[in-house]
Write a protein that binds this ligand. Structure first.
Ligand code: PBG
Length: 305
Protein backbone atom coordinates (compact mmCIF):
# COMPACT_ATOMS: atom_id res chain seq x y z
CA UNK A 1 0.00 0.00 0.00
CA UNK A 2 2.80 2.41 0.81
CA UNK A 3 5.23 1.37 -1.91
CA UNK A 4 6.28 4.45 -3.90
CA UNK A 5 7.44 2.76 -7.07
CA UNK A 6 5.67 -0.08 -8.85
CA UNK A 7 6.88 -1.90 -11.93
CA UNK A 8 4.29 -3.32 -14.27
CA UNK A 9 4.33 -5.18 -17.59
CA UNK A 10 2.96 -1.99 -19.16
CA UNK A 11 6.38 -0.38 -18.63
CA UNK A 12 8.26 -2.88 -20.77
CA UNK A 13 9.56 -3.00 -24.31
CA UNK A 14 10.85 -6.46 -25.27
CA UNK A 15 13.75 -6.74 -27.76
CA UNK A 16 13.59 -9.36 -30.54
CA UNK A 17 16.51 -10.46 -32.74
CA UNK A 18 15.22 -11.56 -36.12
CA UNK A 19 17.23 -13.74 -38.51
CA UNK A 20 16.59 -15.34 -41.92
CA UNK A 21 15.00 -18.75 -42.29
CA UNK A 22 11.97 -20.58 -40.96
CA UNK A 23 11.34 -22.19 -37.61
CA UNK A 24 14.73 -20.91 -36.46
CA UNK A 25 15.19 -20.47 -32.73
CA UNK A 26 18.91 -20.32 -31.96
CA UNK A 27 19.86 -19.75 -28.33
CA UNK A 28 22.23 -16.84 -27.65
CA UNK A 29 24.89 -18.37 -25.40
CA UNK A 30 25.57 -15.29 -23.30
CA UNK A 31 21.86 -14.44 -22.88
CA UNK A 32 20.00 -17.45 -21.44
CA UNK A 33 16.33 -17.37 -22.47
CA UNK A 34 16.95 -15.09 -25.48
CA UNK A 35 17.03 -16.44 -29.05
CA UNK A 36 17.75 -15.45 -32.61
CA UNK A 37 14.37 -16.08 -34.21
CA UNK A 38 13.13 -16.30 -37.79
CA UNK A 39 10.15 -14.16 -38.83
CA UNK A 40 7.57 -16.89 -38.12
CA UNK A 41 9.02 -17.46 -34.64
CA UNK A 42 9.14 -13.70 -34.03
CA UNK A 43 5.41 -13.57 -34.74
CA UNK A 44 4.89 -16.34 -32.19
CA UNK A 45 7.05 -14.55 -29.60
CA UNK A 46 5.11 -11.35 -30.24
CA UNK A 47 1.94 -13.29 -29.40
CA UNK A 48 3.47 -14.35 -26.10
CA UNK A 49 4.39 -10.74 -25.35
CA UNK A 50 0.82 -9.58 -26.06
CA UNK A 51 -0.61 -12.33 -23.83
CA UNK A 52 1.63 -11.18 -20.97
CA UNK A 53 0.34 -7.60 -21.17
CA UNK A 54 3.60 -6.13 -22.51
CA UNK A 55 2.68 -3.29 -24.89
CA UNK A 56 5.69 -3.18 -27.18
CA UNK A 57 8.61 -4.93 -28.87
CA UNK A 58 11.73 -3.46 -30.46
CA UNK A 59 13.12 -5.28 -33.48
CA UNK A 60 16.73 -5.87 -34.44
CA UNK A 61 17.44 -7.47 -37.81
CA UNK A 62 20.37 -9.73 -38.56
CA UNK A 63 20.68 -10.15 -42.34
CA UNK A 64 22.08 -13.20 -44.10
CA UNK A 65 24.80 -11.19 -45.75
CA UNK A 66 26.41 -7.97 -44.65
CA UNK A 67 28.24 -5.41 -46.79
CA UNK A 68 30.16 -2.15 -46.33
CA UNK A 69 27.02 -0.03 -46.84
CA UNK A 70 24.69 -2.11 -44.67
CA UNK A 71 22.29 -2.44 -47.64
CA UNK A 72 19.84 -4.83 -45.98
CA UNK A 73 19.08 -2.20 -43.32
CA UNK A 74 17.16 -0.02 -45.78
CA UNK A 75 15.94 -2.58 -48.33
CA UNK A 76 12.15 -2.69 -48.69
CA UNK A 77 12.28 -6.45 -48.26
CA UNK A 78 15.08 -6.44 -45.67
CA UNK A 79 14.88 -8.79 -42.71
CA UNK A 80 13.57 -6.22 -40.26
CA UNK A 81 11.04 -4.81 -42.74
CA UNK A 82 9.65 -8.33 -43.37
CA UNK A 83 9.46 -9.02 -39.65
CA UNK A 84 7.61 -5.74 -39.06
CA UNK A 85 5.04 -6.57 -41.74
CA UNK A 86 4.41 -10.07 -40.42
CA UNK A 87 4.10 -9.04 -36.76
CA UNK A 88 1.88 -6.06 -37.62
CA UNK A 89 -0.47 -8.31 -39.55
CA UNK A 90 -0.72 -10.85 -36.70
CA UNK A 91 -0.77 -8.42 -33.74
CA UNK A 92 -2.04 -5.03 -34.93
CA UNK A 93 -2.23 -3.56 -31.41
CA UNK A 94 1.32 -4.35 -30.37
CA UNK A 95 3.50 -1.21 -30.55
CA UNK A 96 6.32 -2.01 -32.97
CA UNK A 97 9.58 -0.18 -32.52
CA UNK A 98 12.31 -0.38 -35.13
CA UNK A 99 15.90 0.04 -33.97
CA UNK A 100 17.57 2.14 -36.65
CA UNK A 101 21.32 1.62 -36.99
CA UNK A 102 23.71 0.11 -39.51
CA UNK A 103 25.93 -1.98 -37.20
CA UNK A 104 23.99 -5.23 -37.54
CA UNK A 105 24.06 -4.83 -41.32
CA UNK A 106 27.63 -3.71 -42.10
CA UNK A 107 30.44 -6.20 -42.61
CA UNK A 108 32.77 -3.94 -40.59
CA UNK A 109 30.28 -3.77 -37.70
CA UNK A 110 30.28 0.02 -37.31
CA UNK A 111 27.09 2.05 -36.96
CA UNK A 112 27.88 4.23 -39.97
CA UNK A 113 29.80 4.23 -43.25
CA UNK A 114 33.61 4.17 -43.05
CA UNK A 115 36.19 6.06 -45.05
CA UNK A 116 39.35 4.39 -46.38
CA UNK A 117 41.10 4.93 -43.03
CA UNK A 118 38.33 3.27 -41.04
CA UNK A 119 36.91 6.56 -39.74
CA UNK A 120 33.12 6.80 -39.44
CA UNK A 121 31.57 9.18 -41.97
CA UNK A 122 28.86 10.98 -40.05
CA UNK A 123 27.04 13.01 -42.69
CA UNK A 124 27.07 10.47 -45.55
CA UNK A 125 25.48 7.98 -43.12
CA UNK A 126 22.45 10.18 -42.41
CA UNK A 127 20.49 9.54 -45.64
CA UNK A 128 20.91 5.78 -45.16
CA UNK A 129 19.53 5.95 -41.62
CA UNK A 130 16.65 8.09 -42.87
CA UNK A 131 15.94 5.56 -45.61
CA UNK A 132 15.96 2.75 -43.07
CA UNK A 133 13.51 4.70 -40.90
CA UNK A 134 11.15 5.28 -43.83
CA UNK A 135 11.20 1.65 -45.04
CA UNK A 136 10.51 0.50 -41.47
CA UNK A 137 7.60 2.92 -41.09
CA UNK A 138 6.21 1.72 -44.43
CA UNK A 139 6.50 -1.85 -43.17
CA UNK A 140 4.49 -1.10 -40.03
CA UNK A 141 6.86 0.36 -37.42
CA UNK A 142 4.92 2.55 -34.99
CA UNK A 143 8.03 4.12 -33.44
CA UNK A 144 11.45 4.78 -34.97
CA UNK A 145 14.34 4.34 -32.53
CA UNK A 146 17.72 5.48 -33.89
CA UNK A 147 20.61 3.94 -31.90
CA UNK A 148 23.53 4.83 -34.17
CA UNK A 149 24.61 8.07 -32.37
CA UNK A 150 25.48 9.94 -35.58
CA UNK A 151 25.06 13.71 -35.13
CA UNK A 152 22.01 15.13 -36.89
CA UNK A 153 20.25 11.83 -37.45
CA UNK A 154 17.04 12.75 -35.67
CA UNK A 155 16.52 15.76 -37.96
CA UNK A 156 17.36 13.69 -41.05
CA UNK A 157 14.94 10.94 -40.04
CA UNK A 158 12.20 13.42 -39.08
CA UNK A 159 12.23 15.17 -42.43
CA UNK A 160 12.37 11.91 -44.39
CA UNK A 161 9.38 10.54 -42.44
CA UNK A 162 7.44 13.80 -42.88
CA UNK A 163 8.00 13.92 -46.63
CA UNK A 164 7.30 10.21 -46.95
CA UNK A 165 3.84 10.43 -45.39
CA UNK A 166 4.72 9.42 -41.85
CA UNK A 167 4.50 12.75 -40.06
CA UNK A 168 2.63 11.01 -37.24
CA UNK A 169 5.32 8.42 -36.56
CA UNK A 170 7.23 9.29 -33.36
CA UNK A 171 10.98 9.07 -32.83
CA UNK A 172 12.44 7.56 -29.68
CA UNK A 173 16.08 8.58 -29.86
CA UNK A 174 18.85 6.77 -28.10
CA UNK A 175 20.00 10.20 -26.96
CA UNK A 176 22.46 9.41 -24.18
CA UNK A 177 24.16 6.21 -25.26
CA UNK A 178 27.45 5.39 -23.60
CA UNK A 179 30.40 3.45 -25.01
CA UNK A 180 29.74 0.57 -22.62
CA UNK A 181 31.24 -2.83 -21.88
CA UNK A 182 27.71 -3.99 -21.05
CA UNK A 183 26.81 -4.37 -24.74
CA UNK A 184 29.03 -7.44 -25.07
CA UNK A 185 26.31 -10.12 -25.17
CA UNK A 186 24.19 -8.05 -27.60
CA UNK A 187 27.08 -8.03 -30.03
CA UNK A 188 27.04 -11.83 -29.93
CA UNK A 189 23.28 -11.81 -30.55
CA UNK A 190 23.49 -9.28 -33.39
CA UNK A 191 26.91 -10.35 -34.69
CA UNK A 192 27.80 -6.68 -34.63
CA UNK A 193 31.18 -6.45 -32.92
CA UNK A 194 33.25 -3.81 -34.74
CA UNK A 195 35.91 -5.55 -36.83
CA UNK A 196 38.37 -2.77 -36.08
CA UNK A 197 38.52 0.01 -33.52
CA UNK A 198 35.65 0.74 -31.16
CA UNK A 199 32.59 2.98 -30.88
CA UNK A 200 34.15 5.62 -28.65
CA UNK A 201 34.13 8.14 -31.51
CA UNK A 202 30.32 8.26 -31.54
CA UNK A 203 29.17 6.78 -28.22
CA UNK A 204 29.64 8.67 -24.95
CA UNK A 205 32.30 8.59 -22.24
CA UNK A 206 30.95 6.96 -19.04
CA UNK A 207 32.31 9.87 -16.99
CA UNK A 208 30.08 12.46 -18.64
CA UNK A 209 26.65 13.57 -17.50
CA UNK A 210 26.47 17.16 -18.79
CA UNK A 211 27.22 15.81 -22.24
CA UNK A 212 24.25 13.46 -21.85
CA UNK A 213 22.00 16.43 -21.17
CA UNK A 214 23.39 18.22 -24.22
CA UNK A 215 22.75 15.15 -26.39
CA UNK A 216 19.17 15.00 -25.10
CA UNK A 217 18.64 18.70 -25.78
CA UNK A 218 20.00 18.41 -29.32
CA UNK A 219 17.80 15.41 -30.12
CA UNK A 220 14.70 17.16 -28.75
CA UNK A 221 15.53 20.26 -30.83
CA UNK A 222 15.80 18.04 -33.90
CA UNK A 223 12.36 16.58 -33.23
CA UNK A 224 12.72 13.56 -30.96
CA UNK A 225 9.45 12.69 -29.21
CA UNK A 226 10.98 10.49 -26.51
CA UNK A 227 14.56 10.04 -25.34
CA UNK A 228 16.55 7.10 -24.06
CA UNK A 229 19.40 6.58 -21.62
CA UNK A 230 21.51 3.49 -22.21
CA UNK A 231 22.70 1.42 -20.38
CA UNK A 232 20.41 1.75 -17.36
CA UNK A 233 21.93 0.41 -14.17
CA UNK A 234 25.32 2.08 -14.25
CA UNK A 235 23.60 5.33 -15.31
CA UNK A 236 20.68 5.74 -12.90
CA UNK A 237 21.86 9.26 -12.10
CA UNK A 238 21.72 10.11 -15.80
CA UNK A 239 18.15 8.80 -16.04
CA UNK A 240 17.21 10.98 -13.05
CA UNK A 241 18.92 14.08 -14.47
CA UNK A 242 17.25 13.65 -17.88
CA UNK A 243 13.88 13.07 -16.26
CA UNK A 244 14.15 16.26 -14.23
CA UNK A 245 14.98 18.37 -17.27
CA UNK A 246 12.49 17.15 -19.86
CA UNK A 247 8.75 16.78 -20.24
CA UNK A 248 8.96 13.90 -22.71
CA UNK A 249 8.88 10.20 -21.94
CA UNK A 250 12.23 8.89 -20.78
CA UNK A 251 13.15 5.33 -21.73
CA UNK A 252 16.02 3.34 -20.22
CA UNK A 253 17.69 0.35 -21.86
CA UNK A 254 18.45 -2.42 -19.36
CA UNK A 255 21.10 -3.80 -21.71
CA UNK A 256 22.35 -7.27 -22.51
CA UNK A 257 25.28 -7.32 -20.06
CA UNK A 258 23.02 -6.23 -17.23
CA UNK A 259 20.75 -9.16 -18.06
CA UNK A 260 23.56 -11.68 -18.48
CA UNK A 261 25.17 -10.83 -15.14
CA UNK A 262 22.02 -11.71 -13.21
CA UNK A 263 21.37 -14.82 -15.31
CA UNK A 264 24.92 -16.08 -14.81
CA UNK A 265 25.01 -15.41 -11.08
CA UNK A 266 21.59 -17.04 -10.65
CA UNK A 267 22.68 -20.11 -12.66
CA UNK A 268 25.59 -20.48 -10.26
CA UNK A 269 23.28 -20.23 -7.29
CA UNK A 270 24.99 -17.02 -6.21
CA UNK A 271 21.99 -14.74 -6.36
CA UNK A 272 18.18 -14.99 -6.21
CA UNK A 273 17.15 -14.43 -9.82
CA UNK A 274 13.66 -13.08 -9.33
CA UNK A 275 14.52 -10.77 -6.48
CA UNK A 276 17.61 -9.37 -8.21
CA UNK A 277 15.64 -8.85 -11.43
CA UNK A 278 12.78 -7.01 -9.73
CA UNK A 279 15.15 -4.93 -7.62
CA UNK A 280 17.01 -3.76 -10.73
CA UNK A 281 13.84 -3.02 -12.69
CA UNK A 282 12.41 -1.12 -9.72
CA UNK A 283 15.59 0.95 -9.40
CA UNK A 284 15.37 1.95 -13.08
CA UNK A 285 11.76 3.02 -12.64
CA UNK A 286 12.55 4.82 -9.36
CA UNK A 287 15.35 6.72 -11.10
CA UNK A 288 12.73 8.16 -13.45
CA UNK A 289 12.31 5.86 -16.44
CA UNK A 290 8.81 5.83 -17.93
CA UNK A 291 9.65 2.92 -20.22
CA UNK A 292 12.15 0.10 -19.79
CA UNK A 293 13.64 -1.86 -22.67
CA UNK A 294 14.52 -5.18 -21.08
CA UNK A 295 15.23 -8.81 -21.91
CA UNK A 296 13.58 -9.55 -18.54
CA UNK A 297 10.19 -8.32 -19.83
CA UNK A 298 8.63 -11.78 -20.15
CA UNK A 299 10.17 -13.15 -16.91
CA UNK A 300 9.06 -10.11 -14.94
CA UNK A 301 5.58 -10.02 -16.48
CA UNK A 302 5.10 -13.69 -15.56
CA UNK A 303 6.21 -12.98 -12.01
CA UNK A 304 3.88 -10.00 -11.74
CA UNK A 305 0.87 -11.85 -13.15
C1 PBG B 1 23.47 -0.57 -31.77
C2 PBG B 1 22.83 -1.10 -30.55
C3 PBG B 1 23.50 -1.73 -29.51
C4 PBG B 1 22.55 -2.08 -28.56
C5 PBG B 1 21.32 -1.66 -29.03
N1 PBG B 1 21.53 -1.02 -30.28
C6 PBG B 1 24.90 -2.14 -29.34
C7 PBG B 1 26.06 -1.38 -29.60
O1 PBG B 1 26.10 -0.14 -29.58
O2 PBG B 1 27.05 -2.05 -29.83
C8 PBG B 1 22.88 -2.76 -27.28
C9 PBG B 1 21.81 -3.38 -26.53
C10 PBG B 1 22.23 -4.32 -25.50
O3 PBG B 1 23.41 -4.46 -25.14
O4 PBG B 1 21.32 -4.97 -24.98
N2 PBG B 1 22.72 -0.58 -32.86
Amino acid sequence: MVRETNVSPGDFIYPLFVVEGERVRTPIGSMPGVFNVSVDEAVREAGEVVALGIPSVILFGIPKSKDAQGSDAYAEDGIVQRALRAIKRAHPNLVLMADVCLCEYTDHGHCGLLDSHGEVLNDPTLPLLAKMALTCAQAGADVIAPSDMMDGRVAAIRSKLDVGGFAQTPILSYAAKYASAFYGPFREAAQSTPQSGDRKGYQMDPGNIREALREVELDLDEGADMVMVKPALAYLDVIRAVKERTQVHVAAYNVSGEYSMIKAAAQNGWIDHDRAMMECLTSIKRAGADLILTYFAKDAARLLA
